[in-house]
Write a protein that binds this ligand. Structure first.
Ligand SMILES: *[C@@H]1O[C@H](CO)[C@@H](O)[C@H](O)[C@H]1NC(C)=O
Ligand SMILES: *[C@@H]1O[C@H](CO)[C@@H](O)[C@H](O)[C@H]1NC(C)=O
Ligand SMILES: *[C@@H]1O[C@H](CO)[C@@H](O)[C@H](O)[C@H]1NC(C)=O
Ligand SMILES: *[C@@H]1O[C@H](CO)[C@@H](O)[C@H](O)[C@H]1NC(C)=O
Ligand SMILES: *[C@@H]1O[C@H](CO)[C@@H](O)[C@H](O)[C@H]1NC(C)=O
Ligand SMILES: *[C@@H]1O[C@H](CO)[C@@H](O)[C@H](O)[C@H]1NC(C)=O
Ligand SMILES: *[C@@H]1O[C@H](CO)[C@@H](O)[C@H](O)[C@H]1NC(C)=O
Ligand SMILES: *[C@@H]1O[C@H](CO)[C@@H](O)[C@H](O)[C@H]1NC(C)=O
Ligand SMILES: *[C@@H]1O[C@H](CO)[C@@H](O)[C@H](O)[C@H]1NC(C)=O
Ligand SMILES: *[C@@H]1O[C@H](CO)[C@@H](O)[C@H](O)[C@H]1NC(C)=O
Length: 829
């Protein structure tokens, strides 16, 4: 309390001191006055200030408006965004023609309000307490008679009292445009405003393409998808066919609230926190991948509760199965059977979805929902319909034609019902088989004959080959290809022996299910225990990936890497045989629910430290010591297995890549990995290097120390994820608070724990170059006392967004990706 008081007195003191000397006497500027770089206008109640500012103390001066009462200079409007002054000799003033201008030292006009007014000697510029800069006649204070106002020309921020929108009659558009960079106020790529096509939709554009879209205005809200959390403001809305204006007001208790479009394309609503003297982000959109426009491609449904996020709508299948399985969603889905207005077409209703985008659609406000349905059935390209209003908010009918774009599951928001057209047989699987019955009558006898002949033939061959290896043509070719290509010296296992070892792949032997199929425990005839990763035929790991894994691991030998013992090919099916790891995966220990299993409890500090060091050694071997340079790309707790002595072994190389000797980074179109572990540059630009593995390692270290998952991390006091939380504690000198409460703090060597945290933080720094290499990591972990560098703010990485922007950058836990699942998993539990 005392601290707060002192702080606020200080800031007021500083402000009045600095400004009493240089600021103009009041909030109004007349034609004889001007503002130079060290002068400001302050609104009547001292809420806002107008003056020149220099971003990051650069040599560029911009005229802007910022909050006057808070110690963090927060710009809400910029006049000369494209034309900064390059020295301090410029001024802002009123021209004789009544325009407000910014001119440089040589009296060149860099920016002007450009009003074509009557020449009026009587114009004044006034900064209002709302943050609005207005030009008006000195004798006319009426709001409606402003000659010009900055609220009509928004920059990147949307503050209380200001409306955004569009007036079709006058074609005046008010939208906000992001900065180009953290310190660059010139207009950036992103624009936020309202799309008036059909029903108004709040939209962020990136360039000219859509980046984020709310649902269509339904008379009550934007389909539940613009305001997600409880925000402390009261919306003020005018929406009709001619104009859309959307603004908000804030009540006194809420203090300062601001919405701005960050240069990374996030629409952030923040509130000033008097206690901590910083902006707290209340909402940041898009808050997950599903919030990105058309993330899953046409005819699909994005669902953050699901793994994977994207799925085809009922009655649709992936356009390109291979790409879809590789999680390249952009192609979307196509109808299983084209709709052709036949009898058995039906509608299936879906609740809780964001309405599709209005691209090919029709809107008829005068027909009922029943008519809406009938009309849709009549037109073979009508794929969905809905009531255009929220229940109780008026009626109308929306039809969508052809592709359905940008549908997501809304989490916990009531919404309209979407009626999706489907072939009735898609709804009831039984009727599907009935259809087949008809054909079966004819086809069966023929097929049976062929099958019989085939079986006889197979038996014949099988008898002949029984003693030797099974030889089926395709298998032989594939096997030889691997041998030839890679000159592998890898044992091939006989399928029968593998089947025997797993008791015919019985469920009792199943250890788990990875992205590419189940993993079984087996005991070979010589008594050796193994883990068998079986790839189901429908699995998404392609032959290439499989070969990749086999050839890579076969060459690797290190005590911190899981050893591949051999492989087995059986028809289309492929299997890998690994050494069995008795203690399963690391995540089952460090993230175990303390009530249920208490395995976390078993993992004392000594174990945790030696696991950290072991993983570091394994990774160093991959990066440097093995004959190949290998980037793992998917290091995470569930890919670290523990043997009977709790030695960690890195597993799962399905996504690994080899590097040439000299190559340092590479780019990929396919970003594979696991949310929460992927480095920012990898997520956003597909650039991976050893330093992206180092990032994952850093996350892992912090997870091992804290016993908490990065992605699921939540804290009552802030929205940081585990990395942000760790950094905050570290920066405040409270590093030890990060440690897992199940570890007895007094029995842990504090300096070693802190060292691990520091190394973890160094590894997750934003810039790859700042992160240490694995060999320095090992040195840092080993060295007892030497001084380590101070970690910088961690790079934040969730699904393509990270924001190192300002003091209030987000380490949001808000991204609802709960999935710790990638393409591949091998686990010996
Ligand atoms: C402009 O304002 C200044 C200071 O308030 C005052 O001295 C001056 O007379 C004003 N000029 C006009 C033309 O109103
Ligand atoms: C303000 O800037 C002007 C122009 O650069 C300069 O002449 C004046 O001395 C400055 N005033 C103060 C108090 O720095
Ligand atoms: C801010 O300025 C410093 C020093 O001039 C510079 O090193 C840093 O890169 C700048 N920040 C940005 C984001 O440009
Ligand atoms: C504006 O002021 C100038 C000089 O002070 C004067 O010559 C001119 O007539 C005035 N114009 C109007 C429209 O009052
Ligand atoms: C934003 O508004 C400006 C005019 O204020 C307009 O020129 C521009 O096209 C708008 N941008 C978008 C994406 O609507
Ligand atoms: C925050 O502090 C400012 C100035 O210190 C004060 O005017 C305002 O009422 C405070 N707001 C809240 C919500 O406490
Ligand atoms: C979203 O995914 C969850 C989990 O798989 C599932 O239960 C739910 O039905 C899905 N929602 C929709 C609308 O498909
Ligand atoms: C759709 O129409 C085509 C011919 O126009 C027909 O062959 C096909 O069977 C129809 N599909 C269904 C599901 O009825
Ligand atoms: C709406 O539907 C009705 C009935 O089908 C039709 O008569 C009317 O023209 C439609 N209105 C519009 C604007 O399409
Ligand atoms: C179906 O609706 C679309 C869009 O309104 C229209 O272009 C098309 O002609 C309609 N088709 C039929 C068969 O009515």
């Amino acid at each position: 309390m005392m601290m707060r008081l002192v702080a606020s007195i200080c800031s007021i003191f500083v402000v009045t001191f600095c400004c009493a000397a240089f600021s103009l006497s009041d909030d109004t500027l007349n034609i004889t006055e001007s503002i130079s770089f060290n002068q400001t206008l302050i609104s009547a109640k001292e809420e806002f200030k107008l003056g020149f500012f220099r971003p990051n103390n650069s040599g560029k001066f911009y005229l802007g408006i910022w909050y006057n009462r808070i110690p963090v200079q927060t710009i809400v409007w910029v006049a000369n965004r494209d034309t900064p002054l390059s020295d301090s000799f410029g001024v802002a003033k009123l021209e004789n023609d009544g325009n407000f201008i910014v001119q440089d030292g040589e009296k060149r006009v860099l920016w002007s309000t450009k009003i074509k007014g009557s020449r009026n000697n009587n114009t004044v510029a006034q900064l209002l307490d709302s943050g609005n800069l207005v030009l008006r006649d000195a004798n006319d204070q009426e709001v409606g008679s402003f000659l010009w106002q900055s609220f009509d020309h928004p920059s990147h921020a949307w503050i209380a009292g200001m409306t955004l929108g569009e007036d079709r009659r006058t074609s005046v558009t008010r939208n906000i445009t992001s900065w180009r960079g953290m310190d660059d106020p010139s207009p950036g790529e992103y624009t936020f405003g309202f799309d008036l096509e059909g029903l108004a939709q709040a939209t962020i554009w990136k360039g000219s393409s859509k980046h984020l879209r709310s649902g269509p205005w339904n008379g009550a809200d934007f389909g539940g998808s613009l305001v997600k959390s409880k925000l402390p403001f009261t919306p003020q809305i005018i929406i009709n066919s001619d104009e859309v204006y959307y603004g908000y007001s804030v009540n006194e208790e809420s203090g300062l609230v601001m919405v701005q479009l960050s240069y990374t394309g996030l629409l952030q609503t923040s509130r000033w926190d008097n206690n901590s003297n910083e902006w707290k982000i209340l909402q940041s959109l898009p808050e997950d991948d599903c919030g990105l426009y058309n993330f899953c491609g046409p005819n699909s449904l994005c669902n953050t509760s699901n793994v994977p996020l994207c799925g085809c709508l009922l009655g649709y299948e992936p356009k390109d199965r291979k790409e879809w399985d590789a999680r390249i969603w952009s192609g979307g889905c196509k109808p299983l059977i084209p709709l052709n207005c036949t009898e058995d077409e039906e509608f299936m209703n879906f609740d809780g979805l964001k309405m599709p985008d209005l691209l090919q659609y029709s809107l008829n406000m005068s027909i009922s929902l029943d008519q809406c349905r009938t009309e849709c059935l009549k037109n073979c390209s009508c794929t969905a319909y809905a009531d255009s209003g929220a229940s109780g908010a008026g009626h109308g009918c929306l039809h969508w034609y052809e592709e359905i774009i940008d549908v997501r599951k809304l989490n916990g928001f009531p919404s309209q019902i979407l009626y999706l057209r489907v072939i009735a047989s898609d709804l009831v699987p039984e009727s599907h088989s009935k259809k087949e019955d008809k054909t079966a009558k004819i086809v069966f006898p023929i097929a049976a004959t062929i099958l019989l002949l085939f079986l006889v033939a197979i038996c014949f061959i099988w008898k002949k080959k029984k003693s030797g290896e099974r030889v089926i043509l395709g298998q032989q070719v594939e096997r030889e290809a691997i041998r030839d290509e890679e000159n592998l010296d890898l044992p091939f296992f006989n399928f029968d022996s593998v089947s025997e070892a797993t008791q015919g792949f019985s469920d009792r032997n199943k250890l788990g299910e990875g992205g590419f199929g189940p993993v079984y425990k087996g005991v070979l005839s010589n008594g050796q225990e193994v883990a068998i990763k079986r790839q189901s035929e429908t699995s998404s790991q392609g032959l290439n990936e499989w070969k990749n894994e086999v050839t890579l691991i076969a060459k690797l030998q290190h005590r911190n890497l899981v050893r591949l013992l051999g492989c087995c090919i059986h028809g289309q099916e492929r299997m890998l045989i690994y050494e069995y790891m008795h203690n399963g995966s690391l995540d089952s220990y460090i993230f175990s629910d303390s009530k249920r299993q208490d395995k976390r409890h078993l993992l004392v500090w000594e174990n945790r430290f030696s696991i950290i060091v072991g993983i570091a050694r394994g990774l160093l071997y991959l990066h440097r010591d093995s004959r190949l340079r290998i980037i793992h790309r998917d290091l995470k707790a569930s890919n670290v297995l523990l043997d009977i002595e709790m030695n960690p072994k890195i597993s799962d190389f399905g996504t690994a890549r080899t590097f040439g000797e000299k190559q340092l980074t590479t780019e990929t179109r396919r970003v594979v990995g696991t949310y929460g572990y992927m480095a920012p540059e990898y997520v956003s630009r597909g650039i991976f290097s050893m330093k992206s593995d180092v990032f994952s390692f850093g996350v892992l270290v912090l997870e091992i120390v804290s016993g908490k998952r990065n992605v699921k991390f939540q804290h009552p006091d802030h929205e940081y994820n585990l990395l942000g939380h760790a950094w905050k504690l570290w920066a405040e000198g409270n590093g030890m608070e990060l440690i897992d409460p199940l570890l007895k703090k007094d029995s842990c060597p504090i300096s070693q724990v802190l060292r691990c945290i520091q190394v973890g933080l160094l590894c997750v720094q934003q810039r790859p170059d700042d992160r240490p290499t694995m060999s320095s990591v090992l040195m840092m972990l080993d060295s007892g006392t030497s001084l380590l560098p101070e970690p910088k703010r961690p790079g934040f990485s969730t699904q393509g967004y990270y924001d190192s922007e300002t003091d209030h950058s987000i380490f949001s836990g808000g991204y609802s990706s709960t999935n710790d699942v990638t393409n591949t998993i091998v686990q010996g539990r």
